[in-house]
Write a protein that binds this ligand. Structure first.
Ligand code: DAH
Length: 343
C-alpha cells in the first residue's frame, strides 16, 4: 500500500494538463467513486491498527497534494485561456465621441481669423488686473463718472487707487500692457473674458467675452479704422453688409464711435432682431486718445492709432439667433450639441 501511495504521489507531482477536460479526468481518476484515493481510503479502514497511523498520514498527504495540484492546473488553464474565450476581434469598436467647440469659442476664433488676415496678432492678458491697466492708463480720471459705465468687481481697494486689484471690465487693459512693452507699429487683437457687476438676465451677464483691436503706427487715420471694420463685417456677416459709425464717447478714444452693421437677417429692412431699425450694434471704436499713448510712453506727436472693442456673445447672438445670454454659460449639453465647430 505504501508503494502504491508513493507511486501516486509522484504521478500527482508530475501531472500537467493542456485542457480543463484532462484536469477533470485526472480528478475523477483520484477522487471519483472508484478513484484511486477512494479505494485507498477503503483499504485503509481495513488495515491493521499498528500501520494505520503512518498510512493515514501518507494518504492525507497524497489527498491534499492531489487537490492543490488539480486546483493549480485549473487556475493556470483559466487564466491563460481567458483572453482567448472573451476577446472577439471581429466585434465593432466603441467610437470615441468627439466634443464640439463651444459656440462662443467658435465665434471668437472666426473674429480672430479675420483680423489675422489683416496682419493682426493675438495678445492676451490677465483677468485679475490693477486699476492702472483697466482705468488709469486708459484716461479714466480718478472720481470721473466714466468709471461708473463699467460696474467693477473690486478684489482689493487701495488708498493709492491705481494699485487697487479688480477683475478687468474690458480687454482694453491688454492694449495698455502691449503698448507699455513695445513701440509701434503695433497691430493686435485681444480676446478674453471680462467681468461686470450686473444682475444676470437674458440680456446681461456678470461675465462675458470681448475681442479688442489696436493699431498704432505713423499716419493711422479714422479712414483706416472704418475700412478695417467694414472688411471685418463683410468677412463675418457677408459681402453685402454695410456698417454705420455713430458718434459716441469713451475716455480712451477721441473721436469715439459706436459701430453698427446692417441687419444680416432682414437685409436692413427691419425685423424683430434689429428691432425694426435695420441696424445691429456690435461694439465701440475710435482713435486712441493722445493721453493713452503718452501714458504708455508712446510719442503721440509721431504716432496715432485706432482701437475697437466688441462683445463676442453679442455677435454669437446675431449669428445663431440665440437671444438668451444665459444659455451660453450653463453648459447644457442639449444646447451645446447643436453647434458643430467650424473653426
Ligand atoms: N472697452 C469698451 C467696452 O468695454 C469697448 C471699446 C470701445 C473698446 C471703444 C475700444 C474702443 O478699444 O476704442 O465697452
Amino acid at each position: 500500500m505504501l508503494n502504491k501511495i508513493s507511486a501516486l504521489l509522484s504521478e500527482v507531482e508530475e501531472f500537467t494538463a493542456d485542457s480543463a477536460q484532462k484536469v477533470e479526468e485526472f480528478r475523477i481518476k483520484l477522487f471519483g467513486k472508484k478513484g484511486e484515493l477512494t479505494l485507498l481510503f477503503e483499504e485503509f479502514r481495513q488495515a491493521p491498527g499498528e500501520v494505520k497511523r503512518e498510512l493515514g498520514q501518507k494518504i492525507n498527504e497524497l489527498k491534499s497534494k492531489a487537490q492543490s495540484r488539480i486546483n493549480e492546473m485549473k487556475q493556470a488553464l483559466e487564466s491563460s485561456s481567458a483572453p482567448a474565450s472573451t476577446l472577439d476581434a471581429s466585434r465593432p469598436g466603441t467610437a470615441d465621441s468627439a466634443g464640439t467647440r463651444h459656440p462662443i469659442a467658435t465665434v471668437r476664433n472666426e473674429i480672430l481669423a479675420v483680423f489675422r488676415q489683416l496682419g493682426f496678432t493675438v495678445a492676451e492678458g490677465p483677468e485679475v488686473e490693477d486699476d492702472w491697466h483697466v482705468f488709469g492708463a486708459l484716461n479714466f480720471p480718478p472720481e470721473h463718472p466714466a468709471r461708473d459705465m463699467q460696474d467693477t468687481f473690486f478684489i482689493e481697494k487701495r488708498e493709492d487707487r491705481e494699485n487697487s486689484i479688480l477683475l478687468r471690465t474690458h480687454t482694453s487693459s491688454i492694449q495698455v500692457r502691449v503698448m507699455e512693452k513695445s513701440q509701434p507699429p503695433i497691430r493686435i487683437v485681444c480676446p478674453g473674458r471680462v467681468f461686470r457687476n450686473e444682475a444676470i438676465s437674458a440680456r446681461a451677464h456678470c461675465m462675458f467675452h470681448q475681442v479688442e483691436g489696436l493699431y498704432v503706427d505713423q499716419n493711422v487715420s479714422f479712414a483706416d479704422l472704418k475700412q478695417t471694420l467694414l472688411y471685418f463685417a463683410r468677412e463675418l456677416f457677408g459681402a453685402s453688409v454695410e456698417i454705420r459709425l455713430r458718434p459716441s464717447f469713451f475716455p480712451f478714444t477721441e473721436p469715439s464711435a459706436e459701430m453698427d452693421v446692417s441687419c444680416s437677417i432682414c437685409g436692413g429692412k427691419g425685423c424683430n432682431i434689429c428691432k425694426g431699425t435695420g441696424w445691429l450694434e456690435v461694439g465701440g471704436c475710435g482713435m486712441v486718445d493722445q493721453n493713452v499713448l503718452e501714458a504708455c510712453k508712446i510719442d503721440s506727436q509721431k504716432y496715432s492709432g485706432f482701437a475697437f472693442g466688441m462683445g463676442v456673445e453679442r455677435i454669437a447672438m446675431l449669428k445663431y439667433q440665440v437671444r438668451d445670454l444665459r444659455l451660453y454659460f450653463e453648459n447644457d449639453v442639449r444646447f451645446l450639441r447643436q453647434f458643430t465647430a467650424a473653426v
